[in-house]
Design a protein around this ligand. Sequence first.
Ligand SMILES: Cc1ncc(COP(=O)(O)O)c(C=O)c1O
Length: 374
Amino acid sequence: MRSIKMVDLQAQYARLSSEIDQAMKEVLLQGDFIQGSAVKQLESALSERYQVKHVISCANGTDALQLAFMALDLPKGSEIITPAFSYAALAEVLLLLELKPVFVEVDPSTFLLDVSLVEALITENTRAIAPVHLYGQMVSMEPLLALAKKHNLFVVEDAAQAIGSQYCTPGEHGFAGTMGHIGTTSFFPSKNLGCFGDGGAIFTNDDDLAQRLRSMANHGQTVKYQHDVLGLNSRLDTLQAAILMAKLPHLHDFEKSRRAVAARYDEALSALDGLKIPDRTVDSSHVFHQYTITCETAAMRNALKKYLAEHEIPSMIYYPRPLYLQTAYQQVVNLPISEDLCNRVLSLPICPELDPEQQDYIIHNIQNFIQKSQ
Ligand SMILES: Cc1ncc(COP(=O)(O)O)c(C=O)c1O
């Protein structure tokens, strides 16, 4: 049996190497390393695929968020409502821009921002809501967009973990990252669509925002050596764009394989004592960036993680602390659901390359652990 990884990028490369090598070779031969033709091709392909008017590629998903908030040009101290049970990038970017993250609780069964709690947090300083489509499915966008409209707030979607997830209710539909004013994503290697280094993109249907974002991602230039606004050097390398273009035609298959892995976990783990398999939202499809179980107690989660590691099975805690308990973003807030999830969640290996033999071994070891602890 091949060794098990959370995401097996070597196995994926082995499978797609001829297409990827060819795509990289073309860039090397063309030599258009900065803002080359593959970058433009990728932006158009994503724009068409996700039915969004503008796609602006950039250097990584964190820059995508930073550029989004730079483009909105909000007054210092503006409050942005965002989940505390999430990756650090949003909080980090907001604080760098002297904006204030206002942390909201998540739904304990879907791990997604609980939209019903947002309105109570809106003050005269609130300027935006920044939902995170965590683990591969989408926050309830229909009520969230209605609330934003009612209070005249911007919506910036963090779709780093949910590219390709599709929202579909009778009232609203759209792909992750395309429903708010601005959406962002990441092409970090382990993401569902990952490059071989850092990469990211920004989605918007707003022409003015698109123009600002494109200029800000390239030193605030509209014309070469004419700097109209403060910007960043945040361009996606042409080589990374070419790699993404080679992978993009396979993304549906990647999603299908991830769903198949999730379904096998569901079937095998749902009846086990002390474990809860992840719930699905009814609002969007799930692209299973993560398959995250919840253990009955923190002690059980930690013991299971240790047991799996002893059997050479990796697992990860996304995330061990709510953001307001991180030293860099500290705030006095009390969100018991977020804190409780941090203590009890465990993400299992999931990727298109996880084969049935490997997955049976993971499942078998989880079953053994439960049996032994009874
Ligand atoms: C939810 C979320 N937001 C933002 C990011 C930041 O993306 P990047 O690592 O490309 O900067 C990540 C990536 O890890 C993420 O998971």
